[in-house]
Design a protein around this ligand. Structure first.
Ligand code: ADP
Ligand code: MG
Length: 248
């Protein structure tokens, strides 16, 4: 994914000011920065929820900038939200909703349980189970989501996005609200997902320790501007980053 010159203005406020960065295939890229830096706005631009006044977002050969969210998802870019949005039912139910966009048989054929639709549903269910296992939800596949811990609900979110078979996964604060053990486990999951599925990951995260351990490359935003970028080691030593985070 190549982001160039993206500018978003909300009435008087420049939420993003000429922001650019690249996510290489198969890499984990982190977008970091203090509160209000523009991270979520950037995510919203990449997933088609927010239209920038200037700039472009390219994914492979496709120009995403003016596409609607479902078109962007269909091109292989799936996202999670900072606040969990979940349907009632089991983990399996939630993941099957994620598969819905990939279903070929129409709603009527599925409702009537025509053989073709039943076969297709079975294939989707098997794939949903594989994805659940990959993110560590294998044993909870038939558990109602209301009974899950917060950490496991965040896994359901990630798994549901993965059910779209994306080539790029966007994660908005995947470990927010988690304790140390859950954080470490989620970091392992993100790495496993990247390694097993060979996709790229772009994550927004506050937890600097996690970002430094997990990301291959980092972009730092502050007040809507890109103030630094590079490997975790390069970014860690960058004076502009220290100023932004320590407020000196
Ligand atoms: P971050 O995710 O890095 O904390 P955001 O992207 O949420 O930052 O916000 C960047 C800036 O844009 C903030 O000053 C925020 O108040 C403002 N902002 C975000 N969304 C809107 C909106 N829909 N309308 C007006 N201002 C917004
Ligand atoms: Mg945010």
């Amino acid at each position: 994914m190549r982001v160039e010159g993206v500018t978003v203005r909300f009435s008087g406020l420049l939420a993003l000011d000429d922001v650019g960065f690249t996510v290489e295939p198969g890499s984990i890229h982190a977008l970091i920065g203090p509160n209000g830096a523009g991270k979520s706005t950037c995510f919203n631009v990449l997933s088609g929820v927010c239209r920038p006044q200037h700039g472009s977002v390219r994914f492979g050969d496709a120009e995403l900038t003016r596409l609607r969210p479902h078109r962007i998802a269909a091109l292989g870019v799936a996202r999670t939200f900072q606040n969990i949005v979940m349907t009632a039912g089991t983990v399996a139910d939630n993941l099957m909703l994620g598969r819905h966009a990939l279903t070929r048989a129409g709603f009527t054929a599925t409702a009537l349980r025509l053989p073709r639709a039943v076969r297709e549903q079975r294939v989707h269910l098997e794939r949903a189970r594989e994805i659940a296992e990959l993110v560590g939800l294998g044993l909870l596949f038939h558990t109602p989501v209301d009974l899950l811990s917060y950490g496991d609900r965040k896994r359901v979110e990630m798994a549901r996005a993965l059910c779209l078979e994306p080539r790029l996964l966007l994660l908005d604060e995947p470990v927010a609200g988690m304790n140390g053990t859950e954080r470490a486990r989620t970091a392992e999951t993100v790495r496993a997902v990247r390694d097993e599925l060979g996709l790229s990951v772009l994550l927004v995260e506050h937890d600097m320790g996690l970002v430094m351990r997990l990301a291959d490359t980092v972009t730092v935003l502050d007040f809507g501007r890109r103030i630094a970028g590079g490997t975790p080691d390069e970014v860690r030593q960058d004076p502009a980053v220290l100023r932004a985070y320590l407020g000196t």
